[in-house]
Design a protein around this ligand. Structure first.
Ligand code: PLP
Length: 409
């Protein structure tokens, strides 16, 4: 089944023989047992719910993963991920990351004794040199938010393997219903393996339609499902997709213990959103390419950061590892006044935080998505008062350009 077909049909569970085309919303917190020691497959919705299960199967299928876990938000998914680590562990992370991820790393992971070393992951050698005995994960965004840096996922994986640190594929499967598998010396016991570095990729900006990081060597894929997967700016969601059974067991244990799962209704909303993922991505990225062409001709736009530009340093890597360039654009204006004028004057395009929906949104990273990133770090990355980020939607592109043109005039 091709991925656009899987978006539409991936989630339909035909086993109930009702003929229903769409997955029902199983709005039930708990499930009755036929007899002592027996189950119908579901016990309590924090553990699993049939609607969420169908969504998780679909997302696992789209990413080519062994398993997918659905959470109430992208940050809930990331919070579950960092529970894999123990005091003393270290994460190597891209220096350009969604600000909420930086906040999680700096305020929660660090408090729990997990340190984060930020490096430019586009520089594979810099990643290699940053690996220490304490490194337990490499966490990256590609393209990164908001500067659109591109990282070669396969090359990072090869570097981890060369360093003797890449996670082997032959992990023992603990099997559902057995006792909790050991985490890295944390909950559930078990000795840490210093050679075991997990490669984690936040695939929110591209979606599985454009990129499948597990096929390039990643061990875990993260999504803010709020963005392209949901696609309509109406539902918060998050996902962890894993390549193999041991990670699935560990993360499912944490998920059922900490409990930030996606509700049945929101699971349904995501299933519905994903059905149109392929056509939304195609239309949005075609619009983005046209808007980039227009931006390059504007005197008041000083720089455009878009991974599809021929002079983007990551263009060749992007061509190798994705099906397209996506629909996210960052750009710098000539002055701060121009940046603020655009934000105040757009009318069809909405000045709002988020991305990946059918509506085109414009964001001020300095004040919104990256407001909590330390100012010196923002300045070093180029997140200035003149930087704006555009998440291109699926409207008619001429209307979008006319709106930007009027805002600039
Ligand atoms: C790249 C990226 N990852 C993760 C998140 C967090 O997702 P959520 O807002 O669904 O918690 C966001 C949110 O903007 C994001 O842009």
């Amino acid at each position: 089944m091709e991925i656009d077909t899987a978006c539409v049909h991936g989630s339909v569970d035909r086993s109930h023989n009702t003929g229903a085309i769409c997955t029902p919303i199983y709005q039930s917190a708990t499930f009755a047992h036929p007899a002592v020691g027996q189950t119908n497959g579901y016990d309590y919705s924090r553990l699993q719910n049939p609607t969420r299960e169908q969504l998780e199967k679909t997302v696992a299928r789209l990413e080519g993963g062994y398993d997918a876990l659905a959470f109430s938000t992208g940050m809930a998914a990331e919070s579950c991920l960092i529970e894999l680590f123990s005091p003393g562990d270290e994460i190597i992370a891209s220096d350009d990351l969604y600000g909420g991820t930086v906040r999680l790393f700096e305020h929660i992971a660090r408090k729990n004794g997990v340190s984060v070393n930020y490096v430019n992951t586009s520089n594979v050698e810099a990643v290699r040199q940053s690996i220490t005995e304490r490194t337990k994960a490499v966490f990256l965004e590609t393209p990164s938010n908001p500067m659109m840096h591109v990282t070669d996922i396969k090359a990072i994986k090869e570097t981890l393997v060369d360093a003797g640190a890449g996670r082997g594929s032959a992990q023992a499967c603990a099997g559902r219903g057995q006792k909790a598998p050991p985490l890295f010396g944390g909950v559930g016991g078990g000795a840490p393996d210093p050679k075991d570095i997990i490669l984690v990729v936040d695939n929110t900006f591209l979606s599985p339609y454009l990129c499948q990081p597990l096929s390039l060597g990643a061990d875990i894929v993260i999504h803010s499902g709020t963005k392209y997967l949901g696609g309509h700016n109406d539902t918060l969601a998050g996902f962890l997709v894993v390549s193999e059974p041991t990670l699935s067991e560990k993360l499912r244990f944490i998920q059922k213990t900490t409990g930030a799962n996606l509700s049945p209704f929101d699971s349904y909303m995501l299933i519905r959103g994903i059905k149109t993922l392929a056509i939304r991505m195609e239309k949005a990225q075609a619009n983005a390419a046209r808007i980039v062409d227009w931006m390059l001709k504007q005197d008041k736009i000083a720089a455009v950061h878009y991974v599809g530009l021929p002079n983007h340093p990551g263009i060749e890597i992007t061509k190798r590892q994705t099906r397209g360039f996506g629909a996210m654009i960052s750009f710098e204006t000539d002055t701060v006044e121009t940046a603020r004028q655009i934000l105040n004057r757009v009318s069809l395009i909405l000045f709002a935080e988020s991305l990946g929906g059918v509506e085109t949104l414009i964001t001020y990273p300095l004040m919104q998505t990256h407001g909590d990133v330390p100012p010196e770090k923002r300045a070093a990355l180029g997140i200035t008062e003149k930087l704006l980020r555009l998440s291109v939607g699926i409207e008619n592109v001429d209307d979008l350009i006319a709106d930007l043109d009027a805002a600039l005039a």
